[in-house]
Structure formats: structure tokens, C-alpha cells
Design a protein around this ligand. Structure first.
Ligand SMILES: C[S@@+](CC[C@H](N)C(=O)[O-])C[C@H]1O[C@@H](n2cnc3c(N)ncnc32)[C@H](O)[C@@H]1O
Length: 279
């Protein structure tokens, strides 16, 4: 399909940028204009519009936004992720957090949340780590992993748990052999997370900008990595305060390596590289 080479006017870009920022928290400075233009062109074609102005009129004056918002957000989010991304976080979890949470508890139950999970690499990495903990210790740990994202497309991929062979390469070989199934068709070069591991993870659409998350509190571990970097400082502080409310006392929050809470007024203290414990 050939897409039209349409241009987005200042006025239309500003309206879209304001909407995207208000809805998702993602900042849309002028430098993102070409990205927005490129990614939304398909939506125009889909609706049969010949220019961005008619599309924006449909969205903002014609009531089209009610149905189109989800697609706009899906188009503009950045979903880059990897299995065991920022591996020192997983080491800290295995060496420090899990032993501490499990110590002296007969029937331990653990609640983890991957709060911007993209296509699922992060929550499935957490699931592998917990499954290994159970296998090696021989203990029956009741564990639940909640995985949420704003983008529906990535959630659908995450639920399917199907990845390219290349994508699962960062998973240590032993874990890959145990928790990843090869496709019956070797040409497909696709793999799938095992059903037992997939069952440990519950996926939901959740907008971190919402006032109420509608999920349980008392999480022992929350991963919210590489998403707040796109938000304004004020939105970061609001989201982090809400996430802290969802942590159990002494629970751990993991942020992305380029994210910081310095200067923010939060009940969190640093305990490792972009790792915080609820005070
Ligand atoms: C760069 S990915 C990070 C994925 C994973 N946490 C990691 O570090 O590999 C950022 C994710 O945040 C999601 N996202 C963006 N804004 C969001 C919001 N307001 N609420 C929830 N998720 C959001 C995007 O859809 C995207 O999947």
C-alpha cells in the first residue's frame, strides 16, 4: 500500500500532541512531529481522509476521538523491550529481594507488577526467575504477576507469548530450554513461552496516568521501567506516588536505568541502582 505524503500543520500537530500528552503522559515536543506524522498516516488512509486537517476535524470536532484514541496511542507509544533487560535488576531480585521476602515464611505468597510491560518480555523474565526459585528451593510459593500496559497491540502480543528466536536470545540457555518452546515449523523461527509460565502472568490494560488504578495494593515488587522517561517531572511524581501507595511496606520499586526520583517527595529510599524500597 502506498501511503500519501501528507504533512501535519503546526495547529494539527499541537492539537494531537496535547491530546497524547493529556491521555498518556507522553510528552510530544516539536522534535516528535515527523514521528507522529509518519505513524498516524495509516490511520488517515484507514478512514479515507486525504489530509491531516480533515482527520483532525473528525477527531476533535466530529466526535471521532472516542473510537480513535486507542489507535492513536497504540501508534505513538515506544514499545522497545528485551528479556532480562538491565540484568543487574534481575540479579538484585534473585540475590537480595527474594531471599528477604521468603525468609522465615512457611507458605509465602508474592505479588509482583510489571507496570509498563510492552510485549511481555519483562513479566515473563520475572516469571522465569520465580519459577526457578521454586524449582531450586523445592518450595511452593504462591506467586502472581500482574502485567499492564496502555497499548492494546502490545498486550495482545504479550498474551500470545510468541516471539522471534532472535528476541529470546538474551534469556540464559538453561532457562530458554526450560521455559521456551520451539515452533514445530523450523522455517517460522518463532518460539512460545510455555503454558505453565504464561499462567503465572495476568495481563491488563492500565493507564498509569489514571487517578485510580483499580488493582490490588500490597505489591512486594513493582517494575516500572523505561516509561516515566517520556513523562514530565510533575507527571512522574504523581505516578510514582501512586505506585508507592500500591507497594507493601518494605516493598521494592524498580525504575529504568536512566530514570531517577532525585528531588521528588516520595516515601522511597534508594537501595540499589534505580531500585527503591518503600520507607
Ligand atoms: C519502552 S517500553 C518499556 C517496556 C519495559 N518496561 C522495559 O523496560 O523493557 C514503554 C512502555 O510503556 C507503555 N506506556 C506508555 N505510556 C503509558 C501509560 N500512560 N500507562 C501505561 N503504559 C504506558 C508503552 O505502551 C510501552 O509499552
Amino acid at each position: 500500500m502506498t501511503l500519501p505524503t501528507l504533512e501535519l500543520s503546526d495547529k494539527d500537530f499541537n492539537r494531537l500532541a496535547q491530546f497524547i500528552n493529556g491521555y498518556s503522559g507522553i510528552r510530544m515536543p516539536a522534535s516528535k512531529r515527523a514521528m507522529v506524522e509518519g505513524r498516524l498516516r495509516r490511520r488517515l488512509v484507514r478512514h479515507g481522509f486525504n489530509d491531516f486537517t480533515s482527520y483532525c476535524q473528525y477527531l476533535f470536532e466530529g466526535g471521532g476521538m472516542a473510537d480513535e484514541a486507542v489507535h492513536i496511542i497504540d501508534a505513538v507509544t515506544t514499545n522497545k523491550t528485551e528479556f532480562f533487560r538491565e540484568p543487574d535488576h534481575f540479579r538484585f531480585l534473585a540475590d537480595v529481594v527474594l531471599p528477604e521476602l521468603l525468609r522465615g515464611r512457611d507458605a509465602p505468597s508474592l505479588k509482583l507488577w510489571s507496570a509498563a510491560c510492552s510485549v511481555g518480555a519483562e513479566p515473563y523474565s520475572l516469571a522465569m526467575l520465580l519459577a526457578e526459585q521454586m524449582r531450586q528451593s523445592g518450595r511452593d510459593i504462591r506467586c502472581s504477576i500482574l502485567a499492564t500496559d496502555l497499548c492494546i497491540e502490545v498486550l495482545e502480543k504479550a498474551i500470545a507469548g510468541i516471539y522471534s528466536e532472535e528476541m529470546v536470545r538474551p534469556i540464559p540457555l538453561e532457562l530458554r530450554q526450560r521455559y521456551v518452546l520451539r515452533s514445530r515449523d523450523p522455517e517460522a523461527r518463532l518460539v512460545r513461552i510455555t503454558p505453565d509460565l504464561r499462567r503465572l502472568v495476568r495481563f491488563l490494560r492500565l493507564n498509569l496516568m489514571d487517578d485510580h488504578y483499580g488493582v490490588d495494593q500490597g505489591f512486594h515488587v513493582i517494575f516500572c521501567r523505561n516509561v516515566l522517561i517520556y513523562f514530565s517531572r510533575a507527571d512522574q511524581e504523581r505516578v510514582l506516588a501512586r505506585l508507592a501507595e500500591h507497594l507493601a511496606p518494605g516493598g521494592y520499586l524498580f525504575l529504568g536505568h536512566s530514570e531517577t526520583i532525585a528531588g521528588l517527595n516520595l516515601p522511597l529510599r534508594p537501595v540499589g541502582p534505580t531500585i527503591f524500597a518503600k520507607a
